[in-house]
Design a protein around this ligand. Structure first.
Ligand SMILES: [Zn+2]
Length: 62
């Protein structure tokens, strides 16, 4: 089980799915949140984009 993103509580229960991701409800503060962090996803996407750019640059140089 993850911890709450707001209060870091471990009093978290499963609360259905949102966009194919497990959603959780914090019983301590009432926050609903989905698995995985949006900022992490953004970083991963940026990293992937950077790889594609570097790859295409490498192809055009060589
Ligand atoms: Zn909480």
């Amino acid at each position: 089980m993850p911890v709450c993103k707001n209060c870091k509580s471990e009093l978290v229960v499963k609360n259905g799915f949102v966009r194919g991701k497990q959603r959780f409800l914090c019983k301590a503060c009432g926050l609903n949140f989905a698995e995985g962090d949006a900022r992490t996803n953004e970083k991963t996407a940026a990293k992937k984009a950077m790889c594609v750019i570097l790859y295409s640059l490498g192809k055009s140089i060589f």
